[in-house]
Design a protein around this ligand. Structure first.
Ligand code: NAD
Length: 490
């Protein structure tokens, strides 16, 4: 650290940024625990220029894939070795429970390891010739990549972008969210320690409208990979259209969880409660709309209400805590305004709807798990992403209504189905517009399975082997095989 605020990472080194420092607040206490230096537009320019130079340097440009894979494995080892301190830092920075942040760190290490292995098995292609030549399609890095991330799952989000972008041979410029910059800075430091060349990785905290915007507009940035809100994603896509630059967008959600009348209700209730209330509901895939067959609706709501009331709300660093605080006071105020709106729209709050009481919780940004019934599918609370611990329930009568009811929001990120009949669940899952469908489970994610949304939940896919390809461009190479290479026969 220099000058009191934690340094940014530019051109392979740590230094103070030229932007206004920002304060990192512990959401469990409301207290500032660190100052973080931020990047300016000039810092962004310097970082992009260093990234371009690092990509051109033969030491990196000509490094064979298995050697790049070795660096990715080394990064995984370092993340793994530091896992407990990374998890604790993240719990302090964004209020997620320690069990969740440990899982995020494990996911980040796993992403680097999976990506390294996948990289070693990616092939270029010999294509079918239509003349006297040998034709190939080879893959090359797309160019410096800006990786812009939200606050809710740091380190895992950053790893999901940085690992495949680096595997593909790119420089990567990470712009973490204002409310949770710490994990990205730690990851950047570990990537430098792993041996990625200086300049190849920069970490540039700062306001989205300044640092994010400067990255997206910079002529040297050739791809943006973004996770965040739909409004921001749309804005980035508009700038990218002007530059004819590819973007991948992982955006918001209002994911339905469907309970068919034949479901194992014990299992379903446990899955639904975890699906909405883990991470305090601050998950893009949170199962925030519960669609239940009318014959079991009241019973399911009753059981969820009881399970929600039994959850332990408290200090996120404590092992026994189920729900920590929300990320920020402003964000909690927004969640509260949705709960007020639900009451105005005629909804009934079956549990929650208030802050928890107790001295130990008074200073943090805590909110009780909340269940709302009695609203129609067209109400704002049923259509808009709240990004907090708020579940709305909707009864249905006929299975044929389900696809339309499940799809009745602008989003299409994920969907859960609970049923003992696998044929029925399969048929339904295939009809719903969502990037991910979970059947008798929820919130399971594999580094090998492509992830993303449809409609206003996003564009493109991350993870899997194709996730690496999305950071590459293809080049056709033709090798002439006869003595008269031109059609003129000269
Ligand atoms: P956000 O859109 O406000 O911010 C995301 C990032 O974009 C931040 O780093 C921010 O600084 C930056 N940004 C803001 N304005 C920008 C601009 N004009 N140009 C470039 N960058 C800019 O989102 P958030 O509040 O941090 O995160 C919550 C949202 O993220 C929710 O909608 C959630 O559903 C979504 N999310 C989606 C996924 C997914 O995989 N689909 C995962 C996690 C979160």
């Amino acid at each position: 650290m220099a000058g009191g605020a934690r340094d940014i990472i530019v051109a392979g080194g740590f230094r103070q940024g030229r932007g206004e420092p920002l304060s990192s607040v512990d959401p469990a206490t409301g207290r500032v625990f660190a100052e973080v230096s931020t990047a300016s537009v000039e810092d962004v320019d310097e970082a992009v220029t260093a990234g371009e130079a690092a990509m051109r340097d033969p030491a990196w440009r000509d490094l064979l894939p298995h050697r790049r894979a070795a660096l990715l494995h080394r990064a995984a080892d370092l993340i793994h070795a530091e896992s407990e301190s990374l998890a604790r830092l993240q719990t302090l920075d964004n209020g997620k429970t320690i069990t969740e942040t440990r899982a995020l760190v494990a996911s980040a290490a796993g992403t680097f390891r999976y990506t390294a292995s996948a990289l070693e098995t990616l092939d270029d292609t010999l294509t079918t010739a239509r003349g006297p030549y040998l034709s190939m399609s080879v893959h090359e890095p797309v160019g410096p990549v800006a990786a812009i991330t939200p606050w809710n799952s740091p380190i895992a989000s950053e790893a999901q972008k940085a690992a495949p972008a680096l595997a593909a041979g790119n420089a990567v410029l990470i712009k973490p969210a204002e409310w949770s910059p710490m994990a990205a800075l730690s990851l950047g430091a570990l990537l430098l320690r792993a041996g990625f060349p200086p300049g190849l990785v920069s970490v540039l905290p700062g306001p989205g409208g300044v640092v994010g915007e400067a990255l997206v507009r910079h002529p040297g940035v050739r791809k943006v990979t973004f996770t965040g809100g739909t409004g921001t994603g749309r804005r980035i896509a508009a700038v990218a259209a002007g530059k004819l630059m590819p973007v991948s967008l992982e955006l918001g959600g209002k994911s339905p969880t469907i309970v068919l009348p034949d479901a194992d209700l014990d299992q379903a209730v446990r899955g639904i409660v975890f699906g909405i209330f883990s991470s305090q509901g601050q998950a893009c895939v949170a199962g925030s709309r519960l669609i239940v067959h009318r014959s079991v609706h009241d019973e399911v709501v009753e059981r969820i209400t009881a399970a929600a009331e039994a959850l332990v709300i408290g200090a996120p660093a404590r092992e026994s805590t189920h729900m920590g605080p929300l990320i920020a006071a402003e964000h909690r105020a927004e969640v509260e305004s949705y709960v007020r709106l639900a009451a105005e729209e005629g909804g009934h709050i079956s549990t929650g709807g208030t802050r928890p009481s107790g001295d130990a919780l008074g200073e943090g940004f805590y909110y009780r798990p909340t269940v709302i019934t009695g609203l129609g599918p067209g109400s704002r609370v049923c259509r808009e992403e709240i990004f907090g611990p708020v579940l709305v329930t909707l009864p249905y009568d006929d299975e044929d209504e389900l696809p339309a009811l499940a799809d009745a929001t602008p989003y299409g990120l994920a969907c859960g189905i609970w049923s003992r009949d696998y044929r029925r669940a399969w048929r339904l899952g295939r009809r719903i517009e969502a990037g991910t469908v979970w059947i008798n489970t929820y919130k399971q994610l594999s580094a090998a399975t492509p992830f993303g949304g449809v409609k206003e939940s996003g564009l493109g896919r991350e993870k899997g082997r194709e996730g690496i390809r999305s950071y590459m461009t293809q080049k056709g190479v033709y090798w002439g095989l006869d003595e008269t290479p031109s059609a003129w026969g000269l």
